[in-house]
Design a protein around this ligand. Structure first.
Ligand SMILES: Nc1ncnc2c1ncn2[C@@H]1O[C@H](COP(=O)(O)OP(=O)(O)OP(=O)(O)O)[C@@H](O)[C@H]1O
Length: 600
């Protein structure tokens, strides 16, 4: 078998040499091509299925190709070595894994092969071809040239922070009530280490607490219109001066920088423990698990939801390579940016409350809190969790905790009562997407039924502001919240945040006929794999998916006329290019209570 491989390889090389000779005889053609991530063909299975290989011990290593946004694509390559360490031999006995979640571009399991020969060959080919190429990359993050192809490119922390600052600066609805540079320049001594209670009080009561600053930026109206004007260089200098007393041993170099920034972004000097964090929101008793995702565990804590995402460690969690701190930093920025749509400043052109509110953010470190473990195990008994029991986390494990508004139950498990509730859901999702499109060219790109939360609430009507126009809709007592912006695309005005799905084709290889898998493929057709581009049609595709889900997967009181209505809506959606256009569809017309021009 091995010698056959060698023979095949020799054939390929000799064919190429022959081809090369024929090229040399003719005029050399200039080749423009988009540089694709090097991917190794793999069986197309949803994440939970594909990972079953690790359960029987066959997994040897993982090449992570997950999450790239403003510079996520570049950072992908930088993670290979970390992941290779992280993923060696993790055989475990586990429960059957669910297939409900999308086959997201997570880590992959492969045998570690020896590609030296191939590498040398392609190096030669690349050297030749790249000499011929003279592309003008539209986005440096998705084009590579020359030797960069083989380089590990790690984004500098300052660029991450700069983007964050820019997004804050440009989004007038947000004013970070202080200077991030100042915060970064503040050296931290051991005397600043607080007890949990002190820290809690500090967060809530101390005027100049950085946590208070962030909390107020997340929660409340900004106190002033202080805009951040530090340059990228300032941030770099500030970060280099940063000294922290606690540093997880598993983090180094670039990861350490991002870790510092993440701490700073969360207004902390050192990580707190999960127990400390919980004490801010309840007495420790009032905790129950409400859901789980590939990365996060979601717990109801008091009247909030804490989504706890482990990061930065070497061990696999739920069969996945842990997220890196820079990824979490980015998620923090995305969540905060969407908070701006809540229109707390009053005079805004685009506003809605349909994106989940992020109330607080915390970096924590240590073993899982015992109340959380109890809640996790209770949920497991009832729901048969597909995740690993968090009691396995070690004492140096880090987490980011997203403290969010409780959005209710996801559409997958929510029982819709009637057609009015179904159309209330559709009009709210449509308007929310339209508002975010107008504000940020936002595309969710992953609006499956686990990412739409529903709750029954009093207000009979809800207001949306779309391009200055106030729109009031009937709720029929149902309120939705959109969560999980991992695949989302957003334009802050200067920066485009996006996930380059081309870096992992697996997401497009789900079963044919599966509405969710089909929607990823349709997105690929619409975007032509230019994921950084603005294609609001992707929002329409997810609206069509939701109509399908309502027709095919949800049962609620309805008559055939209602089903016809949904089917013709789905058909008409084909003709719209954005959620903004969908708003005017006749399906929604009798859901609007009134329309009045606004102050914009
Ligand atoms: N704010 C919230 N309120 C109520 N339930 C929530 C909230 N956030 C998350 N959940 C529950 O937890 C589940 C997982 O959350 P989420 O999708 O954010 O995690 P994730 O790890 O990003 O998931 P994915 O596997 O899609 O990446 C949701 O489907 C929902 O049931």
């Amino acid at each position: 078998m091995a010698s056959r491989t060698v023979d095949l390889w020799a054939e390929v090389v000799s064919e190429e040499e022959e081809h090369q000779r024929s090229i040399e005889d003719s005029e050399p053609a200039i080749v423009y091509r988009r540089q694709k991530a090097h991917s190794i063909p793999q069986k197309a299975l949803p994440r939970r299925q594909s990972n079953s290989s690790s359960r029987d011990g066959t997994r040897k290593s993982i090449l992570p190709v997950k999450r790239v946004s403003w510079n996520r694509f570049l950072s992908t390559r930088g993670r290979t070595s970390i992941a290779a360490n992280a993923c060696v031999d993790q055989p475990k006995q586990g429960k059957p894994r669910r297939n409900a979640k999308p086959p997201l571009p997570r880590g992959k399991c492969i045998e570690p092969p020896n590609y030296d020969k191939e590498r040398a060959y392609f190096q030669e080919v690349d050297d030749f071809e790249l000499l011929e190429e003279s592309p003008s990359p539209k986005k440096p993050s998705t084009w590579t040239m020359g030797t960069q192809v083989h380089e590990v490119v790690v984004p500098h922390l300052s660029s991450v922070l700069r983007k964050w600052l820019i997004s804050k600066k440009l989004s007038r609805t947000y004013a970070f009530p202080g200077s991030l540079s100042k915060i970064l320049e503040t050296p931290v001594s051991s005397s600043t280490v607080k007890t949990p209670k002190e820290e809690y009080l500090g967060v809530r009561l101390t005027k100049d607490s950085t946590q208070q600053k962030l909390t107020s930026s997340l929660n409340e109206k900004p106190s002033s219109s202080m805009l951040i004007e530090e340059t990228c260089e300032d941030i770099g200098v500030a970060v280099s001066k940063l000294s922290l007393t606690s540093r997880p041993s598993s983090l180094d170099g670039h990861a350490w920088d991002s870790f510092s920034a993440l701490l700073t972004a969360c207004g902390q000097s050192i990580p707190s423990t999960l127990t400390d964090m919980l004490s801010s929101y309840c007495d420790g008793e009032n905790i129950s698990k409400v859901g789980e995702g590939t990365y996060g565990e979601a717990f109801k804590v008091g009247n909030k939801v804490c989504k706890i995402v482990p990061f930065g460690g070497d061990s696999l969690v739920n069969d996945e390579v842990q997220k890196k701190s820079e990824e979490l930093l980015e998620e923090v920025v995305l969540s905060c940016t969407l908070n701006h749509l809540r229109g707390l400043e009053g005079d805004v052109s685009n506003a809605c409350t349909s994106f989940i509110q992020t109330i607080d953010l915390r970096v924590c470190q240590g073993c899982y809190d015992c109340n959380l473990i109890t809640a996790w195990e209770d949920w497991d008994v009832k729901n048969n969790s597909e995740n690993d029991n968090p009691k396995e986390f070690s004492s140096d494990q880090c987490y980011v905790v997203f403290v969010q508004q409780h959005g209710g139950r996801d559409l997958e498990s929510f029982v819709l009562l009637n057609f009015d509730e179904a159309r209330s859901l559709l009009v709210q999702v449509t308007l929310a997407l339209a508002v975010a499109e107008a504000a940020y060219e936002f595309e969710h790109r992953d609006l499956h039924w686990g990412n739409v939360l529903l709750t029954r609430k009093e207000p009979a009507s809800l207001q949306f502001t779309l391009e200055g126009k106030k729109l009031l809709i009937k709720t029929f007592g149902l309120v939705i919240s959109i969560i999980d912006f991992t695949l989302s695309r957003m334009n802050t005005g200067e920066d485009i945040l996006f996930l380059d799905l081309s870096s992992d084709p697996e997401i497009f290889e789900g079963p044919k006929g599966d509405k969710q898998a089909d929607t990823y493929r349709k997105m690929r057709d619409v975007t032509d794999e230019c994921w950084e581009g603005s294609f609001p049609k992707t929002n329409v595709l997810w609206l069509q998916y939701l109509v399908d889900i309502l027709l095919l997967k949800k049962s609620f009181e309805r008559i055939s006329k209602d089903e016809r209505g949904l089917r013709s809506l789905k058909k008409r959606l084909n003709t719209y290019g954005s959620a903004k256009q969908c708003v005017h569809d006749p399906f929604f017309s009798d859901l609007f209570i009134k329309e009045s021009t606004s102050s914009s």
